[in-house]
Design a protein around this ligand. Structure first.
Ligand SMILES: Cc1cc2nc3c(=O)[nH]c(=O)nc-3n(C[C@H](O)[C@H](O)[C@H](O)COP(=O)(O)OP(=O)(O)OC[C@H]3O[C@@H](n4cnc5c(N)ncnc54)[C@H](O)[C@@H]3O)c2cc1C
Length: 377
């Protein structure tokens, strides 16, 4: 029989690890269940903390969360400094480039929306853009600067969170098969061997796989949105290739290059709903082709890794986050789609507020995990 804990977290991706750490640092006993932590979408993520340049039409409602979370990052990371693991947080800012006329129009229209929401995005001359990033190629025809869009290295952040969990909480290396739910209250996680991890509060944070847990009080309409992503090493002669995150619209397709402090560059990412979980040759071709339009020297880099992972998507691209009426002791935190790394600090804080019985902030109602149930719309 597993020891009773205050909080059982199912899933050790960036979201589950973040929630576990927030609960630990507020004094709760925590056990996190995951057979293979940080090997899902977290392993692939570029780690852009980019509320402005990641803003998409019809996702403006997410800004309250994304901007709040970006502001919480420095404090969240400083709480982990004692682990001695540098999470690769870099205040690089972001440059956004357009290639053809339609890309320019789309980015200028987006800039209007961004400034309407008080996000700091400015058009800069190409001369100015090239002064700060000399590797920008001749195909760029317009540039925008998003100085507050930064980055973290999700693998390193996950390593720091795992180290913190190992020191002050407990990792249960097993798969959860369901929830111990009697129709009124969830009292723990059921593990694959049939044993129960009893807990006062259970948090479902296992990304895409959350929908398959037995005993859920509502349907979780998650779907995989695959992303191919590359890691490239910059040869010494080309160091530093970039000092900002450089992203762009290349004839309508988004691509980004995130320079890491260790001399690598992360090049991403495709968005596919074709059901193929392996790295797509067409996806890799598209990424390299488009990145070369922004920064031609990409062709000179060494390909270290090509990876594909699925983002946990929802019908409205917003997370499933919060409590479910009729299931006391349960919190759901999944469906973070393109924003899970960015949203980790705020999701962690909100989930622990909820399990501590603090009132649900009004804006959080919008993300109710059961909002797609009949009668909830
Ligand atoms: C190519 C790509 C690039 C991205 N770039 C960014 C970015 O720049 N910025 C950003 O904010 N977001 C980015 N994202 C999105 C981000 O990666 C996700 O939103 C985030 O990882 C979701 O975190 P998660 O913890 O919910 O899920 P995951 O990271 O998928 O973790 C789920 C965990 O649950 C575990 N698990 C599964 N089933 C069970 C079970 N039954 N029992 C116990 N554990 C289980 C898995 O082992 C895994 O560790 C990107 C995603 C991709 C694919």
């Amino acid at each position: 029989m597993e020891k009773h804990v205050d909080v059982a977290v199912i899933g050790g991706g960036i979201i589950g690890l973040g929630i576990a750490w927030e609960a630990i640092r507020r004094g709760h006993s925590v056990a996190l269940v995951d057979p293979d932590p940080a090997t899902g979408a977290t392993q692939a993520a570029a780690g852009m903390i980019a509320p402005a340049s990641e803003l998409h039409y019809r996702e403006e409602h997410l800004l309250e969360l994304t901007v709040d979370s970006a502001c919480r990052y420095p404090d969240f990371l400083s709480s982990l400094a004692w682990t001695g693991i540098d999470p690769g947080y870099r205040k690089t800012g972001t440059l956004v480039l357009a290639i053809d006329g339609a890309d320019r129009t789309a980015l200028a229209d987006l800039r209007d929306v961004q400034t309407h929401h008080s996000l700091s995005v400015e058009q800069v001359s190409l001369r100015e853009a090239r002064r700060s990033e000399p590797m920008i190629g001749p195909a760029a025809t317009a540039a925008f600067s998003a100085p507050d869009d930064h980055q973290v290295d999700p693998r390193k952040l996950a390593a720091a969170l795992l180290a913190a969990l190992g020191e002050r909480g407990r990792l249960v290396q097993a798969r959860a098969s369901g929830l111990d739910y009697d129709g009124r209250r969830v009292t723990g996680a059921i593990l694959e061997d049939g044993s129960v991890l009893p807990a006062r509060h259970t948090v479902v944070a296992n990304g895409l796989a959350a929908a398959q847990l037995a005993g859920l009080p509502c349907r979780l309409p998650l779907r995989p949105i695959y992303g191919d992503i590359l890691r490239l090493r910059v040869p010494a002669a080309l160091q530093p290739l970039l000092s900002h995150t450089v992203r762009g619209l290349v004839r309508g397709t988004a691509v980004y290059l995130v320079p890491r402090a260790d001399g690598t560059v992360v090049l991403g990412a495709t968005m596919r709903e074709d059901g193929n979980s392996g790295v797509s040759a067409g996806g890799v071709y598209q990424l390299l082709r488009d990145a070369r339009q922004l920064v031609p020297a990409v062709a000179e880099l060494e390909l270290e890794e090509a990876l594909c992972r699925a983002r946990p998507g929802t019908p409205d691209n917003a997370p499933l986050l919060g409590i479910v009426p009729g299931a006391d002791g349960l919190i759901i935190a999944t469906g973070f789609f393109r924003h899970g790394v960015l949203l980790t600090p705020v999701a962690a804080a909100l989930c622990v507020d909820l399990l501590e019985g603090k009132p649900c902030p009004p804006g959080l109602e919008r993300y109710r995990p059961d909002r797609f149930e009949e009668g909830q719309a």
